[in-house]
Design a protein. Structure first.
Length: 94
């Protein structure tokens, strides 16, 4: 999946890519995160692929399970890695 301008990206895809990025950064499987957030692995997969439209309350619980702020789900990705389906963020110079 390849996206052009991130400003045109569907918000569900933005949220999904960020959920996936945060989950992978913490080395948590979909199965483990689904148990922590009280949902099925299939539902979580649907969120990560932008096919689901989770409620704000669900996102708040998911943020808590990932030990992050819910605002992290809405950060526009800099670039999408089409091979892994995840997003590539620029490295901090510090």
């Amino acid at each position: 999946m390849r996206f052009g301008d991130c400003a045109d990206m569907d918000i569900r895809v933005v949220v999904g890519l960020n959920v996936q990025r945060l989950r992978r950064q913490r080395d948590i499987s979909q199965e483990a995160l689904s148990l922590l957030s009280d949902c099925t692995r299939g539902y979580l997969s649907g969120i990560e692929t932008g096919r689901r439209n989770p409620t704000v309350l669900f996102l708040a619980g998911l943020a808590k399970a990932l030990e992050t702020d819910v605002s992290e789900f809405f950060v526009k990705p800099a670039k999408v890695n089409s091979k892994k389906g995840g997003m590539v963020r620029p490295r901090s110079p510090h």
